[in-house]
Design a protein around this ligand. Structure first.
Ligand SMILES: [Zn+2]
Length: 348
């Protein structure tokens, strides 16, 4: 396709990040709202797209009062006068889905999601779906986590419930290959696993704008974790397959606007770096085992050479196990359960 004949000129914006709670413009008709988060990763980027008759909002922020106040101010201020037609939620993590139900109620719109992300969001809201509940102690113990650290990660228990509200009881499904026509722009829907399960990404091919959500980020490596519900998952294989799929489908010269950090160019190079990064992590893990570590918990100090708070500990454990499971699947590691039920690892 001859991109010079595209409806919209390629954006030449500076892409300085807006302050939390304020808007800037990613491109004409694509607003960029930054919302504060109560974590070490202290913000999430929300995209608000002119869809012709109003706005299509992509993601919602966490369910706290600060975020509600920002949305109230946005709807009374910069977004006033045009209706919000649609809320797209990219995946089930609280910084994306958190306030979706509240926004849907307030705006009188439905939620648009992939099937797996919708179902996972509904499940995670329920008691039995809690990500780090006390019931998951055996999962952590099997991988050698100390009682203190198990307490730290499971005591967070209801963090998902605290950072989200219930979703509407019905939703509109989108899936890979769908196209959203928004204000003269065509956004192709891509999905990818590994960070979440069926995370939605949007590509405006004509204009060269890619919204990869959390799947490709410029300044950090997206979290890829294995969690208690599917302890043998090879989430890293899913993630690497998704990166290769994105590299094959999305042109190298797009403007990449992720939901954390700043927009950037150089998608393919960034994907190559992320793939190499995970290989390096696997090699580091192998070194830790060669040096005597023999559980997933045991290799964590080598992989995460810094003090971790409870929130980071849960993520770090899931990330370490993702690399362990991947190396088990590749045949690079072997695991054997000892008499006390702990999975002991060794190099194959
Ligand atoms: Zn996420």
């Amino acid at each position: 396709m001859n991109t010079s004949s595209a409806v919209h000129a390629r954006p030449a914006y500076s892409h300085a990040a807006p302050e939390p709670g304020t808007l800037s413009e990613l491109a004409p008709g694509i607003l960029w709202l930054r919302l504060a988060l109560p974590f070490a990763l202290n913000h999430v980027n929300i995209h608000i797209i002119d869809d012709g008759s109003g706005w299509t909002v992509v993601d919602s922020g966490v369910a706290d009062d600060r975020t509600r106040q920002v949305w109230d101010a946005m709807l009374a201020g910069p977004l006033a006068g045009r209706r919000v037609n649609r809320l797209v939620v990219t995946h089930f993590h609280p910084d994306h889905v958190g306030l979706a139900g509240w926004l849907c109620d307030k705006l009188g719109v439905g939620v648009t999601m992939s099937q797996t992300e919708y179902l996972q969001s509904r499940l995670s809201r329920g008691r039995s779906g809690g990500v780090d509940s006390n019931a998951h102690r055996p999962f952590y113990a099997r991988h050698g986590l100390s009682d203190d650290n198990i307490h730290a990660v499971t005591v967070r228990g209801d963090s998902y419930q605290r950072l989200t509200v219930d979703l509407p009881l019905e939703y509109t499904r989108i899936r890979a290959g769908d196209v959203l026509n928004l204000g003269g722009r065509r956004f192709e829907v891509l999905t990818g696993a590994g960070h979440a399960l069926e995370q939605v990404m949007l590509l405006c091919r004509e204009e060269g704008i890619f919204l990869p959500t959390d799947q490709v980020i410029g300044h950090i490596s997206p979290n890829v974790g294995v969690h208690a519900m599917e302890p043998d998952a090879d989430a890293l294989a899913d993630f690497l397959a998704s990166l290769r799929d994105i590299r094959a489908q999305v042109p190298a010269d797009v403007l990449v606007a992720p939901t954390h950090g700043r927009p950037f160019h150089g998608l393919h190079a960034r994907i190559d770096t992320l793939i190499a990064h995970h290989r390096e992590r696997c090699d580091l893990l192998a070194q830790a085992i060669a040096a005597g570590a023999d559980t997933t918990a045991g290799i964590m100090p080598t992989l995460f050479n810094r003090k971790l708070d409870a929130h980071q500990m849960g993520f770090a454990f899931g990330e370490a196990l993702a690399h362990v499971n991947h190396m088990l699947a590749l045949g690079e590691l072997r695991g054997e359960t000892d008499a006390s039920g702990v999975l002991r690892l060794r190099l194959a």
